[in-house]
Design a protein around this ligand. Structure first.
Ligand code: SF4
Length: 450
């Protein structure tokens, strides 16, 4: 088996030779606001982010990224910077000369597959010339019709879409590559990575994998979904770098990401926390310093068992110092992880992007308000997305979507269809609720408090 290690910037390795899981995050400010971007990069680096990604939608942002890098290096901050490019191959090619790594989905380079292939080859040549690493990132919901017509919008489709580009890297003798197949649905995401790992093993070559549950939301559920998904893969030895995507200030992503990475980099394993099995139900006990540590570590232990359907139920206790977590905290965690792993749906499901430089409204407070007013809609999936460019594709299998258009306007989606466009933001949640009501998908229950 040949194991590939990607080399990013002056001294960051991702993959087999790195010997540990790399933690990373992404700025959500405007990349052209140099002061804000430098401050976010610095904050993330100081919190433990080993790699920082920035939205790079155009050539102006490529130039800004270069300036941000220069300013960080002058401050003695060596953290490698990743350009996040979505559609334009010309922007990706320009970014290859500036960034330490460029994240692209080559399938989005052009509608015509042959054109996308030739642009991808040009891009790899430019990366080779500058020693720039590449992340090929394919998300559930952003597959082209060429793939979905053959495989559907499925984990298999995600793996097939990725395999074509990986094979092209091999054919071009370009190996400074990391791969990701993210989804907001935990079982879909884990299955896609497992299929990709199997495909690589069959070919005798293992590329490093970047793991993430995309659009995981915020609060406890965002952390639990991320930890359950990442742990399911890391516990199988799959994955080399992680991002916990939260609809919160980016720095909040680092603590849970480090907990997850360290959980699998150290010798302790879920069995170390198990205290027994009664009537086929395993029980666990943890000692934690905070609620956040509890939900993340407990998800690292229980996520794989639930996703792999090795257990249908569990008992868990958590001790904080000399005090035991109360029953309501444990019950809420049980409900959340059952929902996150899609084993028992008892809540409204949310998809919310972490936001980035493309977000032109206050997504954090909007998402909390949407949750407050829709939490009674058990069984529905509602997406809150930052931008109209990628939001509709990335909300994947949501039933309804609230998608920022910019300039105070919002589009409301039902599935893949925009039902109302350009709603003023102040009225958008009311309009969303009216559509759900008219569709007969509302319930009589009251929204959950808080
Ligand atoms: S959907 Fe959200 S994270 Fe994705 S590009 Fe748009 S604003 Fe950025």
């Amino acid at each position: 088996m040949r194991y590939i290690t990607a080399n990013i910037g002056d001294n960051l390795l991702i993959g087999h030779d790195a010997g540990r899981t790399v933690v990373q995050s992404m700025c959500n400010c405007d990349t052209n606001d140099l002061d804000a971007a430098v401050q976010q990069c610095l904050g993330l680096y100081e919190a433990g982010s080993q790699l920082v990604r920035l939205t790079t939608q155009g050539l102006r942002e490529v130039e800004s990224l270069g300036k941000i890098k220069t300013r960080l290096r002058a401050m003695g901050v060596p953290v490698p910077l990743v350009a996040d490019v979505h559609f334009s191959s010309e922007v990706a090619i320009a970014a290859a000369a500036v960034a330490d790594k460029v994240r692209i989905n080559p399938g989005n380079f052009a509608k015509d597959h042959e054109v996308a292939c030739s642009q991808f080859r040009r891009f790899l040549e430019e990366c080779r010339r500058h020693g720039t690493a590449v992340r090929i990132g394919i998300n559930h919901g952003s597959l082209g019709s060429r793939i979905t017509e053959l495989y559907g919008n499925t984990p298999k489709g995600m793996q097939e879409a990725m395999s074509e580009w990986v094979q092209m890297c091999i054919d071009e003798d370009f190996y400074n590559v990391v791969l990701s197949l993210k989804a907001s649905n935990v079982p879909v995401m884990t299955q896609a990575y497992i299929l990709l790992q199997q495909w690589m093993e069959e070919r005798g070559i293992i590329f490093p994998l970047h793991l993430g549950v995309t659009e995981a939301g915020n609060g406890d559920m965002g952390r639990i979904k991320s930890a359950a998904g990442l742990a399911t893969l890391l516990s199988r030895g799959i994955g080399d770098t992680v991002r916990v995507s939260l609809t919160e200030p980016p720095v909040n992503e680092i603590f849970p990401a480090r907990l997850i990475a360290e959980f699998f980099d150290t010798a302790r394993r879920p069995s170390d926390y198990q205290t027994g099995v009664k009537d086929g139900v395993p029980s666990f006990e943890l000692r934690c310093g905070s609620h956040e540590e509890f939900i993340v570590k407990a998800s690292c232990i229980l996520g794989p068992m639930l996703v792999n359907k090795e257990a249908d139920d569990f008992e868990i206790r958590c001790i904080y110092g000399d005090k035991e977590a109360d029953k309501s905290e444990i019950e809420q965690f049980k409900s959340d992880i059952m929902q996150a792993t899609r084993r028992r749906i008892t809540q409204c499901e949310y998809i919310a992007c972490p936001s980035c430089g493309r977000t032109l409204y206050d997504i954090e407070s909007t998402f909390n308000e949407v949750k407050r007013r829709t939490s009674h809609l058990r069984g529905l999936t509602i997406a809150v997305m930052g931008c109209i460019v990628n939001g509709p594709g990335e909300m994947a299998d949501a039933d309804y979507g609230y998608i920022g258009e910019g300039r105070g306007k919002v589009s409301i989606y039902r599935g893949r269809e925009a039902v109302v466009r350009s709603v003023p933001q102040e009225k958008a949640i009311d309009v969303l609720l009216e559509i759900i009501e008219k569709d007969g998908r509302s319930t009589d229950a009251l929204p959950r408090r808080g």
